[in-house]
Design a protein around this ligand. Structure first.
Ligand code: NAD
Length: 349
């Protein structure tokens, strides 16, 4: 029986994970659960944001459903002990190199998007972002120029193995969706991007059913707000993906609706699934949090780590139905509680 690690974390994390668990339970699947503290809760329970027992559970589990971490009470601790370090520690330990962020417009929520309703309606894409390489992890430092000026530098680098494994995730994802993959780079000026493009092109021969296109990142940023409906799956490096995935989330609407997955291989054994929002200390404990992002994260977990595509589709359809039926927390301009939204999703299952 697959083991799910529940890591609710801080603030609204436990509130939304509780509701996601209710939805999972209602599916009648054979799943077992074990819960462990993480973030500020981990520090309180065991003196560390990622206690050894929590990490051990995460590594053993078939999938991890994560809430959020961050607690203002611990903002003055040494950086290594702050709640947010837990998520970085988990990613590092698990080697989750692929970050998947779907962005989809929900019928009835067009007004929540930063785009015009008729443009937002067409939005239905997934950004596949490389998460463990690129300029964020290259050599970096400070030095002095020949003129005695201070200079900062960060080296951008990808090897072909890193590109191949993330591009594989992009192709596999596109194969299961509309069959369109857009690889985003800056090959007109960056050698790293030229290698990226060469490797993606080499891989394309293995996926005759996928239509591959390439786009420069500056154009992609523009196209994402001009006509997002043209995209199905976007695969890109860490830096470009960081920026484009945040841009795409605002195209979709409220932060309370958006799920994500971090995988360490395609087929997703032991993936980490979490809403993209944080612990929202301003509304924690008030029953106001929108649980949809956590519920949709559980759907991604069913799809990518548990091989339960049908169950994932059922959950996604139930969320869409609840939203179309007018279920709204405050972030969507309504007044329903966290529990009431989950009730509406359960009713739609
Ligand atoms: P946040 O996402 O927690 O909140 C931003 C705003 O969105 C707040 O006004 C909040 O009330 C609202 N919001 C967020 N999720 C919501 C939901 N589900 N329903 C309704 N409203 C929602 O971001 P922040 O305020 O910048 O950060 C708060 C804490 O969370 C910080 O400690 C930060 O470091 C942490 N954080 C953690 C993660 C993570 O765990 N992966 C991600 C981002 C931020």
């Amino acid at each position: 029986m697959p083991l799910i690690a529940l890591l609710p974390g801080d603030g609204i994390g436990p509130e939304v994970v509780t509701q996601a668990r209710r939805v999972l339970d209602a599916l009648g699947l054979d799943l077992s659960y074990q819960e462990a503290p993480v973030g500020g809760a981990g520090y309180e329970a065991a003196g560390h944001p990622l206690p050894p027992a929590t990490l051990d559970l995460a590594m053993r589990a078939d999938a991890i459903l994560f809430g959020a971490v961050g607690d203002p009470r611990f903002d003055n601790l040494d950086r290594a002990l702050r709640p947010e370090q837990a998520i970085l520690g988990l990613r590092k330990a698990m080697g989750t190199f692929a970050n998947l962020r779907p962005a989809k417009g929900f019928p009835g929520l067009e007004d929540a998007s930063a785009l015009r309703p008729e443009v937002a309606r067409a939005l239905d894409l997934v950004i596949v972002r490389e998460l463990t390489g690129d300029v964020y992890f290259g050599e970096k430092g400070r030095r002095e120029t020949a003129d005695g000026l201070r200079q900062g530098y960060d080296v951008m680098a990808y090897d072909e193995g890193e590109v191949r494994r993330i591009a594989t995730v992009g192709f596999e994802m596109a194969k299961r969706r509309q069959g369109k993959l857009c690889s985003v780079d800056k090959a007109n000026v960056l050698e790293t991007s030229q290698l990226w493009r060469d490797v993606v092109n080499e891989l394309a021969g293995d996926y005759p059913e996928v239509t591959l296109t390439h786009m420069y990142v500056d154009n992609a940023a523009m196209q994402l707000v001009r006509a997002p409906g043209q995209f199905d799956v976007i695969v890109t490096g860490n830096l470009f993906g960081d920026i484009l995935s945040d841009q795409a989330s605002m195209c979709a609407g409220s932060i309370g609706m958006l799920a994500s997955a971090s995988l360490r291989e395609w087929a997703g054994a032991n993936g980490l699934y979490e809403p993209i929002h944080g612990s929202a200390p301003d509304i924690a404990g008030q029953g106001k949090a929108n649980p949809c992002a956590a519920i949709l994260s559980a759907a991604m977990m069913l799809r990518h780590s548990l091989g339960q595509e049908d169950a994932a589709l059922r959950v996604e359809a139930a969320v869409a139905k609840a939203i179309a039926g007018g279920a709204r927390t405050a972030d969507l301009g309504g007044s329903l509680s966290t529990t009431a939204i989950a009730d509406a999703v359960l009713a739609g299952l």
